[in-house]
Write a protein that binds this ligand. Structure first.
Ligand code: ADP
Length: 427
């Protein structure tokens, strides 16, 4: 059966599971249309604040006006990944949605050098994901919990892994090697892998459709700015460099992560200030970035509000944090132009990229040498899910695109399922 053309397309859906270190995001998505039949989030897992929210709209038609229904915190806290996923499975059964599921697509954070494409999960794949936990200790084990629960709950369904690192496997050696002894790469896999691949791929593909050009001919720089932030340069449709590295700590400054720092600072912290490895890990991953510099919050909205409020005690600190944030992103975008001989334009995505006109304006102001000029009116109007080009007519284009990683996972899972079915039919 060809999933993409079947008359049943409207009723078939992929269950998309995204297990983070302390959260589980899930959706039941029709791969062709991107319509969500059900979606939800369990967060603050294993803490007394653990909560779960599920929204569903089990009527298939987009034109029907039936209201979305939602349920919040029907599990008593604390609960963990497994309990949250089991609650999801019960809900899918109670709503008679299980028969609509054709496969489960799992977002897996680290695929190392093993996976550049979606893959059908078997015991070997699970072993590899487990071995790669040394590169993503907070994420790959959580991803495996998601896979195990879904295998048990839906033993007849295909489970497919979509890797966050996969899109960046096209990076050349000059982009992925660090300037450290080669043996650390060849024996221990210490290299740059990049993350947010599904998001960068999605927004690049959206722009290709907007400008009516095959993705394989597009040259773009994409800035995914959320709590985690990364910049990716896409040459002829492929990622050729990206700012996140072996772990999601490298590159531009983020909500609570420092991004690039002089590695000598770590030695200094240990030798002069007696920091332990755990303290350094917490400092750089959880106490730095916008939060660390502002001493107020990691949330861009809170910082913008404080910056524009002269009476706020942290107004100046908020401005410093946001200014450094924007400057570092602009520098990263400019440096990535060195990978290209042509540039079709820039893309902003992620919670900040999609919504903060101020951040976009600050970044674009610093990129006039690359011929970017922001149109203030379009910049203000393009927020909260609206997509479009926010540059002036004479400027190089700059698109704001709402990302949708779940839809990519659903589409790629359906495509892989089709390929497998077509191959087995022709054998
Ligand atoms: P995650 O990386 O966790 O998926 P998101 O992509 O949801 O994060 O982005 C979260 C960030 O987006 C937060 O810093 C938040 O303040 C910011 N954000 C969301 N809406 C706005 C807005 N209207 N203006 C400025 N920043 C916003």
């Amino acid at each position: 059966m060809d999933i993409s053309t079947s008359s049943q397309t409207n009723t078939l859906a992929i269950l998309v599971i995204n297990c983070g270190s302390s959260s589980v995001k899930f959706s039941l998505i029709q791969p062709k249309s991107g319509i969500n039949l059900l979606s939800g989030l369990a967060e603050c897992l294993t803490t007394p604040q653990a909560s779960i929210k599920i929204k569903y709209n089990i009527n298939d038609s987009i034109n029907d006006n039936n209201e979305n229904q939602s349920e919040t915190s029907f599990l008593s806290a604390p609960f963990d990944h497994q309990q949250a996923l089991n609650a999801l499975v019960s809900k899918l059964k109670a709503l008679d949605l299980v028969e609509k599921i054709i496969a489960v697509g799992h977002r897996v954070v680290h695929g190392g050098e093993h996976y550049s494409k979606p893959i059908l999960i078997n015991d070997d794949v699970k072993r590899t994901i487990n071995n790669l936990a040394k590169l993503a200790p907070l994420h790959n084990p959580a991803n495996l919990i998601g896979i195990n629960v879904c295998q048990k709950a839906f033993p007849k369904l295909s489970q497919i892994a979509i890797f966050d690192t996969a899109f960046h496997q096209s990076m050349p050696e000059k982009a992925y090697l660090y300037g450290i002894p080669f043996e650390l790469y060849s024996k221990h896999g210490i290299r740059r892998y990049g993350f947010h691949g599904t998001s960068h791929y999605f927004v690049a593909n959206q722009v290709a459709q907007l400008i009516n050009k095959p993705l394989e001919q597009c040259n773009l720089i994409s800035a995914h700015l959320g709590n985690g932030c990364s910049v990716t340069v896409i040459k002829n449709g492929k990622s050729v460099d990206t700012s996140l590295g072996m772990t999601p700590l490298e590159g531009v400054m983020m909500g609570t992560r420092s991004g690039d720092i002089d590695a000598g600072i770590i030695v200094h912290l240990v030798e002069q200030l007696s920091y332990s490895i755990e303290q350094i890990d917490t400092l750089l991953n959880k106490q730095s970035g916008l939060l660390g510099l502002s001493t107020l919050s990691n949330d861009c909205r809170t910082l913008e509000a404080a910056m524009f409020d002269d009476n706020h005690s942290k107004s100046a600190q908020a401005k410093i944090a946001l200014t450094v944030f924007c400057y570092r992103i602009a520098k990263s975008i400019a440096s990535f132009s060195a990978s290209l001989t042509q540039l079709d334009g820039l893309i902003f995505t992620g919670g900040i990229g999609e919504n903060s006109s101020w951040v976009r304006q600050q970044i674009l102001k610093q990129l006039s040498l690359l011929n970017f000029q922001v149109c203030e009116e379009k910049n203000q109007a393009t927020r909260f899910g609206t997509s479009g080009n926010i540059a002036t007519k004479s400027s190089r284009p700059c698109w704001v695109i709402a990302t949708n990683e779940e839809w990519v996972i659903a589409q790629q899972s359906a495509q892989l399922l089709n390929t497998i079915k077509n191959n087995s039919a022709s054998n």
